[in-house]
Design a protein around this ligand. Structure first.
Ligand code: FAD
Length: 629
């Protein structure tokens, strides 16, 4: 039957964190886009923690923002508290995080998406993926209402909903997350097309009535005095006094005993849940089981929003029976009278092992079909959002007949995440860490715009306004850098303040840039000590981000240069493309294991091939010679 609806360039299925970015990007790049999702009132809903960012995740959000995505902007508009994490470490480790108003985040994302000209919305449940007759190219989707929607490309971002099964103790029931139904049909359709499907699990803690907590027994945690936004476009944020506070509490031996009393009814331990959960985000029962020598675990009590008393108990994720959850909760100091609004639960769901997608997020089996988000085996809003952005960009580019847009491991955490997924696959929910990025000194949150905004502009995602602002900042950074590189500091003209900051006194004139790498000195000390330098610097800019950037560039110049040299050394491998049509079996000197692994993963570059476990350095040399010839 002919579809009642127009043919779209891009259909995005699911309006979670991946779907919102995908639809936003595709529409902003001029593609006629349809976003179909089960519930239009739950766009970009936070299924778990009401927070954005954190270690390595904050870097992802800044990269999304620099490319012209939405997560950073929406996070800034809906945050109740901001904190920059890891500030005691080097700048590569600094990671912005905010506590969000869950409902506001969702409505602000919807508002941002509704601003897009080419974006249509539909509330519906997709049950089938349609292909051309030869089954090689996607052609649209069918929904549970019996309607078909045609498109040149389809992006699936169905999150934890695929055949979702939720567990609370011995009770289990179908669902995509609390209060929402599961997605049935898509997995079977994809298996029919030849896709491999797997199962993963994740869990969430109970939500509490904030009025029932005795805060006297908890430690208070304030937001930052001088908060940093996620978005390079945000100017104003609430002060510390205007932000909400979080609270810290602790479990103890009694709480652990109470939790253990429910282990025989736990789906985690009695074999009901067989799939793997996120190792780095374990449930409380998992923690006390695995770290049985630890008598206490830290818990964070976090507000769910400005206008609600609901609180999220971070660190207490559980799928134990509800009576055990309740009793254990009320054994925690400060929680004796706690009222539980929603119990914790675990969910098992389908995912598609990500060796089945390309660097562009397009699937290898079905042309025009893209996967993004938790469906690829990741966990986390930020991990999902950045994949959605890349899938949206690449679907729009495919429709226009343009090249794939790829970010390298040396350019962005986003590049690291996608390369890890498609090269190594994942058998447990994948989350981002700074340790996954070998070039992390280059991939800092502070320079995400310098790395990516120009690229975002070239592909048509970054607005003129953002680009102009970026250029002004970049010019100021370059000018200030030049000023400090050329400027000579004379000891007799300097304020003694600098001498106090210094371990060794200055006996002769030196270039200003040679002082900044000294550990006790900041760019601000230097400017305060030399009024002429300060005057000239302020003629260039008054933006603290400009000063911070120049300080980092000068202070860590040695490390940064070395890292660039390493990237350069590897560039040849990273840029050597392996054709899709390559028959590895014809290359006689390859190892059997190397051949088998490369046949399965189909690496797109020599660099990617070198990271596949089981592919040896000698396999790479053989391949390199073969490709050269
Ligand atoms: P989702 O946010 O799940 O969005 C999927 C969207 O697709 C939804 O809007 C849904 O309605 C829609 N949809 C699904 N199927 C269909 C269909 N057939 N037709 C139309 N629309 C459809 N992350 C962490 O980082 N740490 C955690 O501790 C953590 N715990 C979690 C606990 C639970 C119980 C859950 C459910 C999630 C948890 N997450 C956690 C994961 C986090 O919520 C996800 O990683 C993130 O939301 C994934 O984003 P997504 O866009 O891929 O999918």
């Amino acid at each position: 039957m002919k579809s009642l609806f127009p043919t779209y360039d891009v259909i995005v299925v699911g309006a979670g964190h991946a779907g919102s970015e995908a639809a936003g990007a595709a529409a902003a790049m001029g593609a006629q886009t349809l976003l179909i999702t089960m519930n239009l009132d739950a766009i970009a809903k936070m299924s778990c923690n009401p927070a954005i960012g954190g270690v390595a995740k904050g870097q992802l959000v800044r990269e999304i923002d620099a490319l012209g995505g939405l997560t950073g902007l929406v996070a800034d508009q809906s945050a109740v508290q901001f904190r920059m994490l890891n500030t005691s470490k080097g700048p590569a480790m600094w990671s912005p995080r905010c506590q969000s108003d869950r409902a506001l985040y969702s409505s602000m994302m919807r508002k941002e998406l509704e601003k897009k000209d080419n974006l249509h919305f539909r509330q519906d449940n997709v049950v089938d993926v349609l292909t051309t007759e030869d089954g090689k190219h996607v052609s649209g989707v069918r929904t549970s209402t019996g309607q078909t929607f045609e498109a040149q490309t389809v992006i699936l971002t169905t999150g934890t909903f695929g055949n979702g099964l939720m567990h609370i103790g011995e009770t289990n029931f179908g669902g995509g997350r609390s209060g929402e139904r599961a997605s049935i049909g898509i997995s079977a359709a994809l298996e029919e097309l030849g896709f491999e499907v797997g199962r993963l699990k994740t869990g969430t803690p109970p939500r509490l009535d904030g009025r029932s907590i005795d805060y006297e027994q908890l430690d208070i945690q304030y937001g930052d005095e001088d908060p940093s936004p996620f978005s390079f476009m945000t100017d104003n944020l609430p002060t510390r006094q205007e932000q909400l506070t979080c609270w810290i509490g602790f479990t103890n031996k009694r709480v652990h005993e109470m939790l253990r009393s429910g282990f025989d009814r736990s789906p985690m331990f009695n074999g009901t849940i067989e799939s793997t959960g996120p190792r780095y985000c374990p449930s409380i029962e998992d923690k006390i089981n695995r770290f049985s020598d630890k008598d206490s675990h830290q818990l964070f009590l976090e507000p769910e929003g400005w206008d609600t008393y609901e609180m999220y108990l971070n660190g207490f994720s559980t799928s134990l029976p509800e009576d055990v959850q309740y009793k254990a909760l009320q054994t925690i100091p400060g929680f004796e009278e706690a009222v539980m609004l929603r119990p914790g639960y675990a969910i098992e769901y389908d995912y598609f092992p990500p060796y089945q997608i390309r660097r562009s997020m397009e699937t290898k089996i079905t042309e025009g079909l893209f996967f993004a988000g938790q469906i690829n085996g990741t966990t986390g809003y930020e991990e999902a959002a950045c994949q959605g952005l890349m899938a949206g960009i690449n679907a729009a580019r495919k429709v226009k007949g343009e090249d794939e847009f790829i970010l390298k491991r040396s350019e962005a955490y986003i590049g690291v995440l996608i390369d890890d997924l498609i090269t190594k696959g994942t058998e447990e929910p994948y989350r981002m860490f700074t340790s996954r990025a070998e070039h992390r000194i280059l991939l800092r949150q502070d320079n995400a715009d310098l790395r990516l905004t120009e690229l975002g502009y070239k592909i048509g995602l970054v607005s003129e306004q953002r680009h102009e602002r970026f250029q002004t900042k970049k010019e100021a950074i370059d000018q200030l850098h030049d000023l400090i590189a050329d400027y000579t500091v004379y000891p007799d003209k300097m304020d003694p303040m600098l001498e106090e900051q210094e371990t060794s006194t200055l006996s002769q004139p030196v270039k200003a840039k040679t002082l900044i790498p000294r550990p006790q000195l900041s760019i601000y000390n230097l400017l305060d000590a030399d009024p002429e330098l300060k005057r000239r610097a302020h003629e260039i800019s008054s933006d603290p981000d400009v000063f911070d950037q120049v300080e980092i560039q000068i202070k860590y110049a040695g490390y940064i240069e070395k890292e660039f040299e390493m990237v350069e050394e590897m560039r040849k491998q990273e840029d050597t493309i392996i054709p899709d049509t390559l028959d590895y079996r014809k290359i006689s000197s390859l190892s059997a294991e190397g051949t088998q692994k490369m046949e399965r993963i189909q690496p797109e570059t020599l660099g990617q091939a070198s990271r596949i476990s089981g592919v040896s350095p000698s396999d790479i040399s053989v391949l390199m010679v073969y490709l050269k010839n």
